[in-house]
Design a binder for this molecule. Structure first.
Ligand code: GDP
Length: 372
C-alpha cells in the first residue's frame, strides 16, 4: 500500500511536470516489473495496451517517468507509433522554455545536445520510416557521423562559453566581499521565490508550476539593520537529469559558496519528507551539507490532514494547527533552528526573521570580530 502511495505521488509529480510543459494528461499507465525490460522498458503486453489506447483516443505523446535508454526509446516508438518523451526530455523541455538569461539558455542547450548525441540514430530511423521503411537504404552511416560531429563541435563550443561565464560569475561572487550570503534551497515549488519576494520586497517571478525559477537571483536583504545577500536558487527535484546537474554548476556554486542555507519545505505537500530528504541528498553531493542551516516549514496556512482516509474519498480536511502544536512535532526537533511559517500570509514572519538575524549575526561576528 505504501508502494502504491509512492507511485501515485510520482505520477502526480510527472503530471504536474507535463502540465508545466504545456501538456494535458489523459491517462496514466503503470506496471510492476522486477526490472525494466531492456528492450522496451515496459512489457510487450503493456505496450500493446498503450498502443490501442493511443489509437483510440488519438493521443499525441507518451511520457515515461524514467530516463529511457536510446534503444528503448527507439524500440518503443517503433512499437507504439507515437512520440515518446522520457522524464529527462520533459524536464529539459521545461528548462528550455523558461531559460531567461543567456547563461541559462547555454546550459540548457548543452544539456539538450548531450541528451541528443547518443539518440541521434533514432531520428534517422524515423526518417527511414517516413520514406516508406526502406530498411538500410536510408541516410547512411556517414551522414549520421557528420551530424554527430557537428553536435560534438557545438558541445565543445557551448562548454567553452559556459567556462567563460562561470569565471565571470565567480569573479562577481568574489566581488560581493565579506557580506554574509544566505541561499534559499528547497524542492521545486515549495515557495522559495515567494519567500524571497516577501523578505526583499522585490518581484521575483512566482507561480504554481515547477521550476518557475531557472536563474539565480541575488537580492540585498536587511533585517534589523543587518544587511546580507539572499540568493534564490533553482528548485531541486527528484531524478534531475544528470546532464543538468553538471551544467548547472554555477547555480550550485551559489549554494556551495553560501554562508548560510535557508532550507524551505512545503508542509502542505503529501511527500514533503521525501522532498526534504532529496534536497539534503543533493546538498551532500555538492558537499554543502555541513553549512549552517535554518529549516523553514512553509505553507502552514494550507496544511491539511486526513488525506489518507481509509477509503480516501473524503477531500482532505483543512486544519488550523497552532504554532505551539507545530513546535511539538518531530519536525521541530531537528538539529537546525526550525520555524513554521506561511510565505503567503506572512504568518510567523517575526520569529523567522529573528532566527535568520541571529544566524547571520553569528557569521557576521566571526568575520568582523572587532566591530560592534
Ligand atoms: P519555488 O518554486 O520554490 O520558488 O516556489 P514559488 O515561490 O514559485 O511558489 C510556488 C507556489 O506556491 C505558488 O503558487 C505560490 O503562490 C505558492 N505558495 C508559496 N508560499 C505559500 C504559502 O505560504 N501558502 C500557500 N498556500 N501557498 C504558497
Amino acid at each position: 500500500n505504501q508502494d502504491e502511495d509512492k507511485l501515485t505521488e510520482y505520477m502526480d509529480e510527472l503530471e504536474f511536470l507535463a502540465f508545466t510543459a504545456g501538456a494535458t494528461v489523459q491517462k496514466r499507465f503503470t506496471q510492476k516489473l522486477t526490472q525494466p525490460d531492456s528492450k522496451t522498458f515496459i512489457g510487450s503486453g503493456k505496450a500493446q495496451e498503450i498502443k490501442e489506447y493511443v489509437k483510440e483516443h488519438e493521443i499525441g505523446t507518451i511520457i515515461f517517468d524514467d530516463e529511457l535508454s536510446p534503444s528503448q526509446l527507439k524500440n518503443l516508438e517503433r512499437e507504439i507509433e507515437v512520440k515518446i518523451l522520457d522524464r529527462t526530455n520533459l524536464i529539459l523541455d521545461i528548462f528550455a522554455q523558461r531559460a531567461q538569461t543567456s547563461y541559462a539558455r547555454t546550459q540548457v542547450e548543452l544539456a539538450q545536445y548531450q541528451y541528443l548525441l547518443p539518440r541521434l540514430t533514432r531520428m534517422w530511423t524515423h526518417l527511414e520510416r517516413q520514406k516508406g521503411g526502406i530498411g538500410m537504404r536510408g541516410p547512411g552511416e556517414t551522414e549520421i557521423e557528420t551530424d554527430r560531429r557537428i553536435i560534438r563541435d557545438r558541445i565543445s563550443l557551448l562548454k567553452e562559453k559556459l567556462k567563460t561565464i562561470d569565471k565571470q560569475m565567480a569573479t562577481q561572487r568574489n566581488n560581493r566581499g565579506k557580506v554574509v550570503r544566505a541561499a534559499l534551497v528547497g524542492y521545486t515549488n515549495v515557495g522559495k521565490s515567494t519567500l524571497m519576494n516577501a523578505l526583499s520586497k522585490s518581484e521575483v517571478f512566482a507561480e504554481n508550476k515547477l521550476f518557475a525559477t531557472l536563474d539565480t537571483t541575488v537580492r540585498k536583504v536587511v533585517i534589523g539593520n543587518l544587511p546580507f545577500l539572499l540568493t534564490d536558487t533553482v528548485g531541486f527535484i527528484r531524478k534531475l537529469p544528470t546532464q543538468l546537474v553538471e551544467s548547472f554548476k554555477s547555480t550550485l556554486d551559489e549554494v556551495r559558496e553560501a554562508d548560510l542555507l535557508i532550507h524551505v519545505a512545503d508542509i502542505s505537500h503529501e511527500s514533503f519528507e521525501d522532498q526534504v530528504e532529496s534536497v539534503n541528498q543533493t546538498l551532500m553531493e555538492i558537499n554543502a551539507h555541513q553549512k549552517p542551516m535554518i529549516m523553514v516549514f512553509n505553507k502552514i496556512d494550507d496544511f491539511s490532514y486526513d488525506r489518507k482516509d481509509e477509503d480516501d474519498l473524503t477531500p482532505a480536511t483543512k486544519k488550523n494547527i497552532s504554532l505551539e502544536e507545530w513546535k511539538k512535532t518531530w519536525m521541530a526537533k531537528s538539529k537546525y533552528p526550525t520555524v513554521f511559517i506561511s510565505a503567503l500570509t506572512k504568518e510567523n514572519f517575526p520569529e523567522m526573521k529573528k532566527m535568520i538575524y541571529d544566524e547571520v549575526m553569528k557569521i557576521h561576528i566571526s568575520r568582523f570580530p572587532y566591530n560592534d
